[in-house]
Design a protein around this ligand. Structure first.
Ligand SMILES: Cc1cc2nc3c(=O)[nH]c(=O)nc-3n(C[C@H](O)[C@H](O)[C@H](O)COP(=O)(O)OP(=O)(O)OC[C@H]3O[C@@H](n4cnc5c(N)ncnc54)[C@H](O)[C@@H]3O)c2cc1C
Length: 476
């Protein structure tokens, strides 16, 4: 093939990029293209934080490609119309891209395949975002896994592929300097999507630096530290995995090196609580939920276990708003939600705590929380978010059983014992002693003086109602 268009989507990087390295291997000329779809600002799940992260990451990609002498062609509009148009303009024979797994994206890719083929152009999709996709890992009976532990065991028994070669300069298209390229907005505000959060920086270099730092130390203590929101114990790579500013194979190779260096008895202390192995499990959870999405796409519309679509959820708007705004009166819940609203990020332990609180204390449908998270999160990802919500609500694959209900006070006391995280996000509670910071109502006078709200519900009462709500369905 002479000329191939590489269409960047959720793979905004030049290293370890399967479709891009295939394009470089098989074509004489590669034209890198990014399409700023209308849906980025009008779709139902649009979130300013994720959009800002994407814009930063595209800008960083543009710079990285420019250093290699490749201008990134940017077009705004509908990919269905733009791709055949660019193929015609540049006489490219095919479009290469990395696979996406969300049902809506797969439907669009099917449409694009039809359109490009009808116009005489090729369209090739490559597995890239995951090590094992769709139906590549099945049970012995040939069925998709619905339980994580055996899935992870099978995953680990398979070989791990090496990172793909970094994209280097290739021949230039004769029209390289004259192909039309649109500008991108510098921030979501410019296109009417107000950004109120201060989000972490995007881009491939940032991602690689985060990985380097994490593998240089914190990964070895990951097992011990990962549950404590006040500790910087996790990789913070989720927005990068979501935008594709880092490749999964790169992370796995770095993990292997970090573990090998330690096994050689280098200067590092031993892993505490499992370290790298626990981290690997989390990366596998990501792939587990992506295969759930592929094999059970109904999870995007309702419960994995359909009987749970009958649950009589509450529609209390005032409670929902208090949860969203971090005003429930439960400090660990409110601190987590305020952190999310301010930064677009939330620690995994806290995601479980607030999701359980919404579904099992406020008895509000997990889909309300799922939607709110997608609007706020920088790393908002359909598969992981849906999986996390259904796990917490007890309606999903390998979910927490419905009768497992986190107590927000003991979760706070266990994972934020000194209240460091709570004080960081709830200044009203700064004056409370450590032993009361997770249950400020125990000192009514001090609570009245602070501007912190009283509890909107009583956990013990709601717990009983929640069990009854689930039993009504299970018994029917
Ligand atoms: C209710 C709920 C909603 C969630 N929504 C999302 C979401 O929209 N996007 C998202 O990426 N993660 C989501 N998660 C999973 C998890 O909370 C985040 O991946 C994690 O907090 C990101 O921080 P980190 O990069 O420092 O993770 P680390 O602890 O460093 O983990 C490394 C990577 O593993 C993956 N990972 C870790 N835990 C999980 C998990 N439980 N499920 C799937 N993948 C995981 C992520 O890609 C993460 O970057 C959700 C969890 C819950 C309980």
């Amino acid at each position: 093939m002479k000329t191939v268009i590489h269409w960047f989507r959720r793979d905004l990087r030049i290293s370890d990029n399967t479709a891009l390295s295939e394009a470089a291997r098989r074509a004489e000329i590669v034209i890198p293209v990014f399409i700023f779809e209308d849906a980025f600002r009008t779709g139902p799940d649009v979130g300013a934080a994720r959009l800002a992260f994407l814009l930063q990451s595209v800008e960083s990609l543009r710079k990285n490609l420019a250093e290699l002498g490749h201008p990134l062609v940017i077009r705004c509009g509908k990919s269905e119309e733009i791709l055949p148009q660019i193929c015609r303009e540049t006489s490219a024979q095919a479009v290469f891209a990395n696979k996406r797994y969300e049902p809506y994206a797969q439907r669009r890719d099917e449409r694009i395949t039809g359109i490009l083929h009808a116009a005489g152009f090729g369209f090739e999709l490559f597995k890239d975002a995951v090590v094992w996709e769709e139906t590549e890992i099945l049970t012995q009976a040939g069925k998709p896994y619905t339980v994580f532990t055996p899935y992870a065991k099978t995953w680990k028994a398979k070989p791990i592929p090496a990172p793909k070669p970094k994209f280097k300069t290739s021949n230039h298209h004769p029209l390289t300097d004259s192909i039309q390229s649109d500008g991108l907005p510098a921030s979501p505000d410019q296109i009417g999507v107000p950004l109120t959060q201060t989000i972490p920086p995007g881009g491939e270099r940032t991602a690689l630096e985060l990985l380097r730092k994490f593998m240089a130390g914190p990964v070895h203590d990951y097992g011990a530290n990962r549950n404590y929101p006040a500790v910087d114990g996790t990789s913070l790579l989720s927005p990068h995995l979501r935008a594709g500013t880092i490749g999964i194979r790169t992370i796995l190779a770095a993990l292997k090196t970090a573990q090998a260096n330690q096994a050689e008895g280098g200067t590092r202390k031993a892993d505490t609580g499992g370290g790298g192995d626990v981290f690997l499990n989390e990366l596998i959870w990501r792939e587990f939920y992506l295969q759930v999405l592929h094999n059970f796409p109904h999870v995007t519309r309702g419960a994995f276990r359909p009987e749970y679509d009958q649950l009589a959820w509450s529609e209390n708007q005032a409670h929902f708003t208090a949860w969203c705004e971090g005003r429930t009166g439960y400090p660990i819940v409110d601190a987590a939600m305020r952190c999310l609203n301010t930064t677009g990020m939330m620690h995994n332990r806290l995601r479980m705590v607030v999701a359980m609180f919404l579904t099992k204390d406020l008895l509000i449908h997990w889909q309300w929380g799922e939607r709110y998270f997608m609007k706020q999160l920088v790393d908002g990802d359909m598969a992981a978010n849906n999986g996390g919500w259904q796990w917490s609500a007890g309606t999903g694959t390998d979910a927490a059983p419905y009768f497992r209900i986190f107590n927000p006070v003991s979760q706070g006391e266990k994972f934020d014992a000194k209240g460091e995280f709570v004080r960081r996000w709830i200044p009203e509670l700064k004056g409370f002693p450590d032993d009361l910071i997770q249950q400020p109502w125990e000192n009514p006078l001090l609570l009245a003086k602070s501007k912190y709200p009283p509890r909107i519900i009583l956990h013990e009462e709601q717990r009983v109602k929640c069990l009854a709500m689930f039993k009504a369905v299970k018994g029917s």
